[in-house]
Design a protein around this ligand. Sequence first.
Ligand SMILES: N[C@@H](CCC(=O)N[C@@H](CS)C(=O)NCC(=O)O)C(=O)O
Length: 207
Amino acid sequence: MSIVLYHHPYSRAANVLWMLEETGVPYALHPVDIMKGAQKAPDILALNPMGKLPILVDGSVVVTESAAIGLYLADCYAPGRLAPALDDPARASFLRWSFFAPSVIEPGAMAHASGWNFRPAAAGFGTYEDMLATMEAALAHGPWLLDARFTMADVIFGGTLRYMLQFNMLEPRPLYTAYVQRLDERPAYQRANAKNTAIARELGLGH
Ligand SMILES: N[C@@H](CCC(=O)N[C@@H](CS)C(=O)NCC(=O)O)C(=O)O
């Protein structure tokens, strides 16, 4: 199997499993027990010096950072379907919302939840209110970020949104919760969720 995901169900690798299911490529999972610190072992640090999951290995290629993994999979294995072609104007929104998740939502929600002290004009993620309003504007047309077209940007942005709502790090505005509900109904999400839940049970986690 050429694609291997270094995975733990209680990590962002759970979202990458959904990316793989949406992409439809064969893959194998390499378990890493982050509860026992296995992500800091030398073989993992050799792949990702951050000592974090997810890590995707595709033959001789190594990709880390969830959003980068999503873009890589879409461009390599689902071009024109999960990623607009390079000359398609829809590519702009695809990239915009794919990068918005790690660049704005992740730090913006964390800053708000943790009471960080920062200057919004200097911090790339700006104010919490501007972030919330921008996300609402992105979702106002629906059903997906690129209107009728579902892409990997929805998995990246939507996965981050789901995660932040789950941990009460974002206000559950109706447009957000309705969008996550639509995402949850996708067969690929349900397959990924079933796999993540089964692995969590095997590890004695969850209920
Ligand atoms: N920016 C990274 C974040 C990766 C990350 O923080 N992973 C967490 C799990 S969700 C992790 O491996 N934590 C273990 C640790 O830092 O020791 C991404 O999006 O992939």
